[in-house]
Design a protein around this ligand. Structure first.
Ligand code: PLP
Length: 469
């Protein structure tokens, strides 16, 4: 399996090199040269596997022998042994036709753990095998940071720096990231939004001299390995729900920010999984909803919402979808991305918009609706949704037909977002692991959203302690 850039200007590379490259060197995103096709027969044989066995099968298509089977199995076992639920990502029936895929049973109580536990172990494995230095740089809207730190802390030869928007993450998210007292971890709280952080790291990664000198590696969902790990649970959920209901196709409603998680669903569908509708659920930061409805991709005004992990205007992974929408024509992708840079928007033609509407449905959930939905399911179904999952459920209600079976991805545990839960008049008890964070000291530096200042901090952090492995 070879990986190529959506913009067509990198040479073909293998799986491990693609993990290490993160953002493609030409500024595009890496995608597999060909998407593996899974036959109906093969699907049948995958349907009874445990989560870990299934992960091994799906991931193997993409690793394509670059990691010996035994090692890959071990990596997967280790990554999901940290989850509190035996099934890793269990599916819960909330009512007829409506299921929730609980992705929050990992160490930091958000779905990001599913991919980042795997990626952390993968980096550590590569570091040991090749002696490569791994300095991780990432921007977070809240959950990726904690999850990435948890995925790599204490692992030999890995250092990490995470940028988060100062004061714009939930209390628990902030505590999870900043209470880690470890000299290999640097938390920079930037005076700005997530989009500022994401833009700055993209620019730093695009400076190839700096990237190579400081051995920078990506943990954002620009890294294809994250998307890959996330396709697994679409398969897993489909098998559970199709098995239980007899449904031929299953819809998925996905709370979306950076278009990563929903892209993983798109990939699963392209591999042959009988996915029906893919419903893009957003909050008031609804660039993706507007794109799907109108064919115009243009950042709007930034809103701070009850679902802060989705407070994103520019969705990194959107370019991966654009690549398939444009018939895998990397020249056309480059042109559109250049246009986006110069004019601030992308407009697709009518035929393309028709295709977009075949691929996705979309619904942007307003704040009040998000809280009402939390209350409604708490009262009527005795199920407490976190505000992101609530957006997913509200979009399910809006976009799903009565006779279609739908799985909403539950991307976080409600305890991470008590600010929003409390507004619903609901009192929740925190899990022990979250309760104990409140007594710990925090380690972070507040900085301007400025490339030079941040580059300077990175230089200091990534050269301060020797990297011997
Ligand atoms: C990151 C995140 C999302 C958005 O996921 P994307 O892959 O960026 O679309 C949704 N909900 C929660 C809780 C998250 O942490």
């Amino acid at each position: 399996m070879k990986y190529i850039s959506t913009r067509g200007n990198t040479k073909q590379i293998g799986f491990i090199d693609s993990v290490m490259m993160g953002l493609a060197n030409d500024g595009g995103l890496l995608v597999p040269e060909k998407i593996p096709q899974i036959s109906e027969e093969k699907l049948q044989s995958l349907s009874k596997l445990t989560y870990q066995e299934l992960a091994f099968e799906i991931i193997s298509y993409y690793v394509d022998g670059e990691i010996p089977e035994k090692d890959l199995k071990e990596l997967i076992q280790k990554s999901y042994a940290t989850f509190r639920h035996q099934e890793v990502t269990p599916v819960k029936k909330v009512k007829d036709y409506m299921y929730v895929l609980e992705l929050f049973h990992g160490p930091t109580f958000a779905f990001k753990d599913v991919a980042l536990q795997f990626l952390g172990n993968l980096y550590s494995y590569i570091a040991k095998k090749t002696g490569e230095t791994i300095n991780i740089l990432g921007a977070t809207s809240g959950d990726t940071g904690a999850s990435a730190i948890e995925g790599v802390r204490g692992k030999e030869g890995i250092r990490i720096c995470i940028l988060h928007p100062h004061g714009k993450v939930s209390k628990v998210q902030e505590l999870q990231m900043t209470t880690v007292n470890d000299e290999t971890v640097l938390n920079l709280a930037i005076k700005g939004t997530f989009d500022d952080g994401q833009r700055i790291i993209k620019e730093i990664f695009a400076d190839l001299e700096f990237k190579n000198k400081y051995h920078l590696r990506a943990i954002n969902s620009i890294n294809f390995a994250r998307i890959l790990a996330q396709t697994v649970y679409y398969f897993y959920a489909y098998f559970q729900v199709a098995g239980e209901t007899g449904a031929k196709t299953v819809n998925f409603s996905v709370p979306t920010g950076n278009f990563g998680d929903i892209f993983a669903g798109f990939l699963a569908k392209k591999m042959g999984l009988p996915v029906g509708k893919l419903i893009v659920a957003t909050n008031e930061n609804n660039i993706l909803e507007r794109f799907i409805k109108e064919g115009i991709y243009e950042p709007g005004e930034f809103h701070s919402t009850y679902s802060p992990s989705m407070d994103i205007q520019v969705a990194s992974n959107f370019e991966r979808y654009l690549y398939y929408l444009l018939g895998e024509d990397s020249k056309a992708v480059s042109d559109l991305m250049n246009q986006f840079k110069s004019e601030g928007k992308i407009i697709v033609n009518e035929e393309q918009l028709r295709q977009v509407n075949e691929d996705f449905a979309a619904y942007g959930v307003a704040g009040e609706k998000c809280l009402q939905t939390i209350k409604k399911y708490y009262d009527e179904n005795d199920y407490l949704l976190d505000p992101h999952t609530s957006c997913g459920v509200a979009a399910f209600e809006h976009c799903n037909e009565a006779d279609e079976v739908c799985v909403t991805l539950s991307t976080a545990h409600p305890a991470k977002f008590n600010e929003s839960i409390a507004l619903c008049g609901i009192e929740q008890t925190y899990p022990e692991q979250i309760k104990e964070l409140f007594d710990k000291p925090q380690y972070l530096e507040v900085v301007e959203a400025n490339n030079d200042e941040i580059s300077q901090k990175l230089k200091e952090h990534f050269s301060s302690v020797s990297q011997s492995i």
